[in-house]
Design a protein around this ligand. Structure first.
Ligand code: NAP
Length: 272
């Protein structure tokens, strides 16, 4: 049986999920987007041929799955509007809002409501996301299948048994793209210092990052084994990698990610 899915907020993330679901064969008639901006609504209608509306309550009443895809500060506002107007038991509510805990959502939506909190990352906007999610005790096996279909539409999706693990997901995947950007930024700078033109260094760095990611994705080898395979003893890579390790590269990454995790915890407390 097809499920009616209502997205609250028609921004970057909702668009990515709608695009992914349509590509995977979901019928446009099963999708609906609640979006206040008129121009944005028209854009979404034209691009996806799905129904759009400003009528939050009616769109949620018709849905079996509601996806909260608004900014975290808007979540409590729309959640209260929905909870005040309709019975949510039996429906699945998925929130992708950063930092908004299921405890906060349960307090507003009701303690018996099936709530799934997901933490996607920015590459999700073009289908290459890495998402971690936590489901409360009311989320059924059928709900989980439906949620997997929706979240897989924007990339890899993994379930975690405890909600606090989502703070670690934030440190690994949420903030992760920036770590790679920083590494690439520094590689370009170093390439220039070694005599390459900026554009050449940028193109070489980017292609190397893509190639390394593809190599890692296409093999059963661990990252460590891959690194050892491309590092001949006494060679150029060995010289560079030893330099990084002696300078405490591993400890720095560990400390940086611990700080990201701690900041995620702090931000969650502020939103609560
Ligand atoms: N983008 C990411 O990389 C990323 C990663 C992880 C998590 N997230 C989470 O995903 C959520 C959505 O992010 P996004 O990047 O898609 O944001 P976005 O592009 O700003 O989309 C939010 C949309 O919600 C609309 N909106 C505002 N108030 C509304 C209301 N009362 N009812 C219905 N719609 C309303 C906004 O319209 P107006 O523009 O007209 O206000 C906008 O179109 C956020 O909670 C964010 O924390 C995003």
């Amino acid at each position: 049986m097809s499920q009616q899915i209502t997205f609250i907020g028609g921004g970057n993330m909702a668009s990515a999920m709608v695009a992914g679901l349509l590509e995977a064969g979901t019928s446009p008639s099963d999708l609906r987007i609640v979006e206040p901006g008129k121009a944005r609504r028209l854009e979404l209608q034209e691009r996806f041929e799905v129904g759009t509306t400003v009528d939050l309550v009616e769109a949620c009443r018709r849905a079996s799955i509601i996806v909260l895809a608004v900014k975290p500060d808007v979540v409590p506002v729309v959640a209260k509007q929905i909870a005040d107007a309709i019975v949510l038991e039996g429906k699945l509510v998925i929130s992708i809002a950063a930092g908004t805990t299921t405890a906060v959502l349960e307090e507003i939506l009701g303690e018996l409501v099936a709530i799934l909190r997901a933490m996607p990352n920015s590459p999700a906007t073009f289908g290459l996301g890495a998402t971690g999610f936590y489901a409360n005790r009311h989320v059924s096996a059928a709900h989980l299948d439906q949620a997997m279909d929706i979240l897989s539409s924007i990339g890899l999706s993994l379930r975690f048994p405890t909600e606090t693990q989502l703070d670690a997901v934030t440190a690994v995947a949420g903030s992760g793209p920036a770590y790679f950007f920083l590494l690439m930024e520094e590689m370009v700078r170093a390439g220039q210092n070694l005599g390459l033109a900026a554009e050449d260094a940028r193109r070489l760095t980017l292609q190397t990052a893509l190639g390394a990611a593809r190599m890692a994705a296409d093999t059963e080898l661990t990252f460590c084994e891959l690194r050892q395979r491309v590092t001949s003893p006494g060679g150029t890579t060995h010289a560079a990698v030893s330099c990084l390790q002696q300078a405490g590269f591993g400890q720095i990454i560990n400390e940086a990610m611990t700080r990201a995790r701690d900041r995620a915890i702090e931000m969650g407390r502020t939103l609560a």
